[in-house]
Design a protein around this ligand. Structure first.
Ligand code: FPP
Length: 248
């Protein structure tokens, strides 16, 4: 007997393999209600959980969220502190993703994060290593330029030691040293769809190498108000577009 199609997406929808989300608008969401910004981040973290689950249920294979950028350290210390506290709390709570067969990885320079947070990150990564339904990449202290610089530095070291010759450096070489290619046995493909809520229409240093051919979806909804149906809308919009990758 044919299996019933339980996906809420229309039949024939092309689901992107790799979706990236810039979780923007938490601060404005709180301000509109006269609440402290950290409450906006708390609500944003709830949305993050619900949308991650939904992405998996829709068949997305790699889901990358921009949680904290290399530029976010410029925020007031108490806000940075509140965001770091949230990460710690949520790393405990995301353990229930593990029951859903979701692998969790982190991208970014973690050396500047608190030791306890780094420890939790390592432990979540280890415990979810063999899960296959979807890979969730959480970008913390992540910047696209920083990632490329980090890759180039490693390549330069290999050239210096004679392991690699400069003529042999290709796109693939640079790609292979990006955080997204170093997922302990896995390589995330280029991102297909980038979603940015909150009305801003820019990339803000997110996956700048990996998004060379990405489609963008912008919406005015603030991240804490972003609903599973909004993810479906973004995927349907993506599916309706004609990607030519530079061809005709
Ligand atoms: C951007 O909104 C949001 C952030 C810098 C923090 C995002 C963090 C979370 C949603 C918590 C997620 C938790 C985990 C474990 C991944 P903004 O502050 O820039 O909003 P604004 O533009 O309205 O000021």
């Amino acid at each position: 007997m044919a299996q019933k199609n339980t996906s809420p997406l229309p039949a024939g929808t092309r689901v992107p393999v790799h979706v990236g989300v810039i979780m923007d608008g938490n601060g404005r969401w709180a301000k509109k209600r006269g609440l402290p910004r950290k409450i906006g981040h708390r609500e944003g973290a709830q949305t993050f959980r619900a949308i991650t689950r939904h992405a998996k249920n829709l068949g997305v294979k790699y889901f990358t969220v921009y949680a904290f950028s290399t530029e976010n350290w410029k925020r007031p210390a108490d806000e940075v502190e509140a965001i770091m506290d949230l990460f710690e709390k949520y790393l405990d709570e995301v353990r229930d993703f593990i029951e859903e067969n979701i692998r969790i990885c982190f991208i970014g320079d973690r050396s500047m994060l608190r030791e306890r947070l780094q420890e939790k990150m390592r432990s979540v990564e280890e415990d979810s290593l063999n899960f296959t339904a979807m890979t969730l990449l959480i970008a913390i202290n992540y910047g696209g330029r920083d990632e490329i610089t980090h890759s180039v530095r490693q390549i330069a070291q290999k050239v210096k030691s004679g392991e690699l010759s400069a003529e042999d450096i290709t796109d693939d070489t640079i790609n292979s040293f990006l955080y997204t290619s170093q997922l302990d046995g896995d390589i995330a493909p280029d991102v297909d769809l980038i979603i940015r809520p909150s009305g801003e229409q820019r990339l803000s240093n997110f996956l700048i190498w990996q998004s060379a051919y990405a489609e963008y979806y912008f919406t005015n909804i603030l991240w804490p108000d972003f609903k599973p149906e909004d993810l479906e809308k973004a995927i349907i919009a993506y599916s309706d577009r004609n990607r030519r990758f530079g061809g005709v």
